[in-house]
Design a protein around this ligand. Structure first.
Ligand SMILES: [Zn+2]
Ligand SMILES: [Zn+2]
Length: 297
């Protein structure tokens, strides 16, 4: 956790005024145009934001300095933190209520073959089989959903999940970029079991936990998902005429949350079988979900 909550608190307080948000948005527009650190001088900025009184304007600008805005020579330039604030405000991340949908999508349930149902509400997309529970749940901002059809939203969400997973496997938190600890096997949290109850009695589920040391965010995935982009898996699919990078996780049968066998606990060895047209690729991962061995039969 951060050692200095009062400073974070002050930083967030600084955002609580419309003039200050307008300053950030105006400078963000300036910087986005060129993606370089260009800004505006005091008088230009004041006019652009539409404040007549220089004293009043300076008071608000001062509250943003060093956190959301910095001064470079004569210009005021938005910082990366300021750019992020402007982006989330513009994307409607804090006001997601106007966007929601429920739709049947092309992807099918690996248990029963029925089409899955996708629903988006309050910034979260869920893809599930009415019979067999949740397949995929992921946060995605309303800007990703507005003006797009459900099929595209599902594809984008999976692309995002893939990017986040790659980052997490490299040890960087998908939320704050802090340090993530990866561990398997762990007991899945109760909510996850509730969602997949139908599967849970049949095969032991091997779950990987990702826990951030800095912000505390924790999430879980099936062990099988962590190997999807390993070269052994990619080339195995390639030999069968399939480009894994074109597939959503929902299209890869082996990714089903029930795939994974704990062969040993000391040291940890979890075996995941990838089957295609009666060929089998076996992949073993260790306690940090790193691939330690593969074998094709
Ligand atoms: Zn089903
Ligand atoms: Zn974090």
């Amino acid at each position: 956790m951060h050692d200095d909550p009062p400073r974070d608190h002050e930083a967030l307080d600084a955002l609580g005024h419309e003039i200050r948000l307008a300053i950030i948005e105006r400078l963000a527009a300036e910087r986005r145009g060129s993606w370089r650190a260009s800004g505006l001088e005091f008088a230009e900025l004041r006019k652009a934001v539409g404040v007549d009184d220089p004293g009043q304007f300076n008071y608000h600008l001062d509250k943003l300095l060093d956190t959301f805005v910095e001064k470079r020579d004569a210009e005021y330039v938005v910082t990366t933190a300021g750019l992020e604030v402007a982006g989330t405000v513009e994307a409607g991340t804090y006001d997601p209520d106007d966007v929601s949908f429920t739709a049947t999508v092309e992807a099918t349930c690996t248990e029963c073959g029925d089409h899955l149902e996708a629903s988006y509400e309050r910034g979260t997309l869920q893809v599930q089989c009415p019979e067999h529970g949740l397949f995929h749940g992921n946060a995605i901002p309303p800007a990703a959903v507005r003006d797009r059809d459900p099929e595209t939203v599902v594809a984008l969400t999976q692309l995002n999940a893939r990017n986040e997973l790659s980052r997490a496997l490299e040890g960087a938190c998908v939320h704050c970029w802090g340090t993530i600890d990866v561990e398997t096997p762990v007991d899945p949290p109760a909510e996850l079991l509730d969602d997949q109850q139908a599967n849970a009695d049949e095969v032991e589920q091997v779950v990987v936990e990702f826990a951030c040391r800095d912000c505390g965010m924790t999430f879980w995935t099936a062990a099988s998902i962590t190997i999807v982009h390993h070269p052994a898996v990619v080339s195995f699919y390639h030999d069968h005429g399939v480009n894994v990078h074109d597939c959503g996780y929902l299209e890869l049968a082996f990714v089903d949350g029930t795939n994974g066998i704990i062969e040993s606990r000391d040291p940890v060895r979890v075996r995941i079988d990838v089957e295609l047209e009666s060929d089998v690729l076996r992949v073993w991962v260790d306690d940090s979900a790193e691939v330690v061995d593969t074998e094709r039969t």
